[in-house]
Design a protein around this ligand. Sequence first.
Ligand code: UDP
Length: 248
Amino acid sequence: MISSTPEKTASIASVQIGPVKVGAFVHQQQLLETIIDLNGRVFAGAAIAINPEKIMAARQDPQVAAMLSQAELRYADGIGVVLLMRKRLNQPVQRIPGCELWQSLMLRCADYQVPVYLVGARAEVLAQTKAGLLQQGVPVVGATDGYYEDEQQLLMDIRQSGAKVIPVAMGSPRQEQLIERLRQQLPDCFFMGVGGSFDVFTGQVKRAPALWCRLHLEWLYRLLSQPSRIGRQGRLLHYLWLALWGRL
Ligand code: UDP
């Protein structure tokens, strides 16, 4: 299987928000076709979801900014980012929830028979995720849970599997750090950090009900159901303040 090169991103507009440049994808399909094109070629590199929380973290810590910039495909997952991009570009930009992107990408892997290797989550969640995906026709050629001890073994296992698409579900920044190390050794593969997506896929964690999502209130739902996230949400208010005053 041939991999495509990052030059493909050149045609996609981007917006600088704080220290982070975010790709303005008009709809999720555009991003999916960038990752696996109509000829089934896989984008060699990584994708990362950008939300206000990550932008604020990048403003405070140059290491976070550098880590975000290493992923070639930075897409907007967060209404606070999308609204600012629409205003600046004066063109449609769609919010792409990472979890939905991952599920759609898995179906695209099924359509094009692109081999997938899953990394992350607890062993039982991973086993259920793998079984569910196989049932959907996704060619899952290997999987390792997020509590492995030997990273070298993981690397060898991925290499031997022949996988081209590697979702990593270990939470931030752990997953991004692992992706950064793995991609040096596997330069033809596509990587994406998917946080708690395997937990959502298997029903261990509930996503906000559809209406909350449609109203872009998923962040509020998560705050109400996990009040411990309040510190993380505090940054969102600071972001809004800066955005309103044009300081981002
Ligand atoms: N996890 C993992 N290895 C670890 C720590 C966490 O695989 O060492 C997994 C955990 O089982 C869960 C996911 O990472 O599936 C954490 O997702 P979380 O919702 O915290 O990530 P976020 O989307 O908030 O970044």
